[in-house]
Design a protein around this ligand. Structure first.
Ligand SMILES: Cc1cc2nc3c(=O)[nH]c(=O)nc-3n(C[C@H](O)[C@H](O)[C@H](O)COP(=O)(O)OP(=O)(O)OC[C@H]3O[C@@H](n4cnc5c(N)ncnc54)[C@H](O)[C@@H]3O)c2cc1C
Length: 508
């Protein structure tokens, strides 16, 4: 290996949304980052409408807001969703669905959600992969991330002190490697990670077609005797056939195939005049058995795959990046306490396992069999209730997320409420530089001395706010998660112990 090969703190395989967001987080934490992306061109028809549309959940929107990116994401909201999303063609717009059973904002009782004080992004927003990646690429470049396109990671060798990555004739070196290279991750395979889960029940086809008679089909989701189809008039469809995933990526998708499939699944004698765009996916649900092997880590689809039902994969991956970025940066800066990096897997692995089950449960409701139809009817009734809609919205939006950080305090482990301080600033805006925050709402600022213990690792703020949920002090990690909170007069020693577990004490 040439001595001239530059050494990076972190090498990321894959410039998808997760790799790019992670690169931004690491660069914000003062790391040198190289991203290698196999595609030469970031543009792809599958990143635009109709099939590049992605629903961002409240947790993702909060993350983007806290890093100052929400306005740019909102500015690129697709205008012509109506033509491609069947739910935009309805009189009543849902905020989400479970197995196609919709729930609506006016039915949701969010006042029961613990410490609910949402950021400006709200519960959800649509964007496109193209726009999201463009915003994140711009941000990564501003922060000094190096991005090389047309470089396919093929080999990974790690030793005690570094990871060496091979791509074609080139070699790249870094202290750490993160595989953000999608569901068929080379990093996962080369890194020796196990990948376990459940095999697919269906092949789903997302197609843009010209139908001979677009009015013969009703827009919306239809479960039939052989599968499911979802139709947005005049020609955007998803058709799922319960074939055990047999047709996924096994043969070219032709107009004839789609016409026969549509007739089989819909039971209607439809003519498909032309096929403009087509892609397939399945409900295969697999997860890596570990998220870290020594100096190699996984995030996003590289760590977990499942069906896109209910729109969770991207949100899950962005959550991985948000959780991992500041921790890995703190390790690289030599500031992290022992075990900080282990908490990435401890916190994120169970979240993905739940999402995989969430997607499996939806498949069970969509099977073309009487038991599933009966179960779906019961669930439809439940989702139509206030409690039902609130439960599904809380799960879907990510508002129910709570890491087990070993504290009984009900706020600890949750995303911090977006507190509005006297004077007009909001908590989310203060997280822009990626530093942890200690908020002290009590009189006489009893925790002020903590700033000296942690130096620049956290920002201490003696704060005033009309609504602070009875909390007298709380410590918010760089990812916006509350890691310590109290309603009592805060004790500096207790705060110090709790905080040093996350950011380590300043040795200087
Ligand atoms: C039809 C559909 C609809 C969806 N809708 C939603 C939704 O509404 N909400 C939601 O949350 N999720 C949704 N998802 C899931 C979401 O798109 C994915 O979970 C998300 O894109 C994963 O991001 P990622 O960065 O981990 O992986 P990817 O987006 O797959 O990016 C991986 C990147 O790595 C690159 N790469 C691969 N191999 C290599 C290599 N060897 N070397 C270098 N680079 C490599 C790839 O070219 C790619 O750029 C949907 C998925 C589909 C298919």
């Amino acid at each position: 290996m040439s001595a001239m090969v530059k050494m990076y703190d972190v090498l990321i395989a894959g410039a998808g949304p997760v790799g790019l967001f992670l690169a931004c987080e690491l660069a914000l934490g003062s790391c040198s980052v190289l991203v290698l992306e196999k595609a030469t061109d970031p543009a792809s028809p599958l990143k635009r409408l109709p099939f590049g549309m992605r629903g961002l959940s409240a947790t993702s929107l909060d993350a983007l807001y806290r890093r100052g990116l929400l306005d740019q994401i909102s500015a690129g909201q697709p205008h012509d969703i109506r033509k491609v999303a069947h739910w935009m063609q309805q009189a009543r717009r849902p905020v989400g669905h479970f197995a196609g059973i919709q729930f609506f904002e006016e039915d949701i009782e969010s006042t029961g959600w613990p410490y609910y004080c949402p950021g400006p992004g709200g519960l959800g927003m649509s964007t496109t992969l193209e726009h999201l990646e463009a915003v994140l690429t711009r941000r990564a470049e501003e922060l000094g991330v190096e991005l090389r396109r047309g470089v396919e990671v093929a080999r990974v060798v790690q030793s005690a002190g570094e990871v060496v990555v091979g791509a074609g004739d080139e070699t790249y070196r870094a202290n750490w490697l993160v595989g953000c290279d999608g569901g068929r991750s080379i990093v996962r395979k080369a890194g020796g990670f196990g990948f376990n889960g459940t095999d697919p029940e269906f092949t789903a086809y997302s197609v843009e077609v010209e139908l001979s008679n677009p009015d013969a089909l009703q827009p919306g989701q239809h479960v039939t005797a052989t599968g499911v189809y979802v139709y947005a008039k005049p020609g955007v469809m998803t058709i799922a056939e319960f074939d055990g995933g047999a047709h996924h990526r096994t043969e070219p998708i032709t107009r004839e195939h789609i016409q026969a499939l549509l007739r089989r699944v819909s039971g209607i004698d439809m003519g498909v005049q032309s096929l403009r765009l087509a892609t397939t996916w399945t409900d295969r649900a697999f997860q890596a058995d570990a998220y870290r092997r020594e100096r190699v880590l996984l995030a996003g689809d590289a760590a977990h795959i499942h069906s896109p039902l209910g729109g969770q994969g991207l949100n899950l991956g962005l959550g991985d990046a948000l959780n991992l970025g500041w921790k890995l940066a703190a390790v690289i800066r030599g500031e992290a306490p022992a075990g900080l990096l282990d908490s990435y897997e401890t916190e994120r692995h169970p979240v993905a396992a739940q999402v995989l089950d969430w997607s499996r449960a939806q498949v069970a409701l969509m099977r073309p069999e009487p038991a599933s139809r009966a179960l779906a009817a019961i669930l439809r009734d439940l989702i139509a209730t206030r409690d039902g809609a609130s439960y599904f919205a809380e799960r879907k939006s990510g508002m129910s997320l709570r890491y087990d950080l070993g504290s009984d305090h009900p706020l600890v482990g949750r995303s911090a409420p977006d507190i509005l301080f006297t004077g007009g600033a909001r908590l989310g805006e203060l997280l822009r530089d990626g530093r942890a925050i200690l908020l002290d709402f009590s009189n006489d600022a009893p925790l002020a001395s903590i700033q000296d213990v942690f130096g620049s690792r956290l920002r201490y703020l003696a704060a005033e706010a009309e609504e602070h949920f009875g909390i007298s002090a709380m410590f918010v990690r760089p990812d916006g998660i509350v890691a310590w909170a109290t309603e009592m007069v805060p004790a500096p020693n207790e705060a110090r112990i709790a905080i040093s577990r996350w950011v380590g004490e300043n040795q200087s």
